[in-house]
Design a protein around this ligand. Structure first.
Ligand SMILES: C[S@@+](CC[C@H](N)C(=O)[O-])C[C@H]1O[C@@H](n2cnc3c(N)ncnc32)[C@H](O)[C@@H]1O
Length: 272
């Protein structure tokens, strides 16, 4: 689908506090799977606020975070500065502008919940030519469906079904993204990769963070960080939505705390 700069308008400032991190075992999994040794280069496409970039940069000599949204890049730079990481450069571009926007070679090219935003097979083909022999394209995301739910830390789970009903009340029944509707995934991620020269990926799961607890502000940020509930979509009713969501959450947890288990981390590894 064609990139629309308003997909995540107003969302970037909510992203780092609102979104649950990927598995604590992700770095070890990728290092073991791909034999990462601190050399080579990483390209993280659709990097957002650097969620993956800053975690993986230490496994490489240099890293590049690429995203078309300038507010996301600002957040990525901030995250890297907070961690004292100096080997990351940030590029504002879409995946469809590869390879010119961030020429290879790379040992690893990652997409954290961002591949489905792109022209998948075309982008995978471009990446194939940018990856060094033995390197890989890796897709990372959360998956709760079909995964064993771990014991929780105590607070109730985030009432996602009720919150989605509330979003629907404000924004209508068609899931929104930017000025239009959310992308419809014609192919599964696995099939999109299988349709490229990479071929079918290896699918690996790493245990999700089992005990993350969010307060009401955190849950609100989680929703405002999503393209389908980004602040701009509510226009001048954003405050009203936030107020209703706060009231809903207070009613579900008197302590104002919620268990945020996003599922396990699903990693698709496509080797060259
Ligand atoms: C769900 S966020 C993922 C952020 C981060 N990678 C993570 O794992 O949390 C999706 C990101 O993809 C970016 N994006 C959207 N369309 C894109 C495109 N055509 N090329 C590259 N990135 C894109 C958005 O700006 C957004 O930052």
């Amino acid at each position: 689908m064609r990139y629309d700069p308003s997909f995540y308008a107003g969302a970037a400032v909510h992203y780092r506090s609102g979104r649950p991190p990927y598995s604590a075992r992700l770095e070890a999994l990728l290092a073991g799977e791909l034999g990462l040794d601190g050399g080579g280069r990483l390209l993280d496409v659709g990097c957002g606020p650097g969620s993956l970039t800053v975690r993986l940069a230490r496994l490489f000599r240099d890293a590049v975070g690429l995203d078309p949204d300038p507010a996301m890049i600002i957040e990525g730079r901030r995250a890297a500065a907070e961690l004292g990481l100096q080997n990351i450069s940030w590029i504002q571009a879409t995946a469809e502008e590869l390879p010119a926007a961030a020429p290879g070679p790379y040992r690893l090219v990652t997409f954290g919940q961002s591949f489905y935003w792109t022209d998948e097979v075309l982008v995978a083909e471009a990446v194939y030519d940018m990856v060094e022999p033995g390197g890989a394209l890796v897709l990372v995301g959360h998956q709760a469906e079909g995964r064993a739910v771990p014991p929780g830390p105590g607070p109730p789970r985030i009432p996602h079904d009720e919150i989605r009903e509330l979003v629907l009340k404000y924004l209508g029944s068609t899931s929104r993204a930017g000025q239009g509707s959310a992308p419809v995934q014609a192919l599964s991620l696995e099939d999109a990769l299988a349709g490229s020269r990479f071929g079918a990926p290896r699918v690996i799961f790493a245990p999700g963070i089992p005990d993350r607890v969010q307060d009401i502000d955190g849950v609100l940020s989680n929703y405002f960080s999503m393209s389908f509930a980004a602040p701009h979509l509510f226009g001048d009713r954003a405050g009203e939505f936030a107020g209703e969501l706060r009231a809903l959450l207070s009613g579900r947890s008197p302590a104002g705390l919620f268990w945020d288990w996003p599922g396990d981390t699903k990693v698709l590894v496509a080797r060259k």
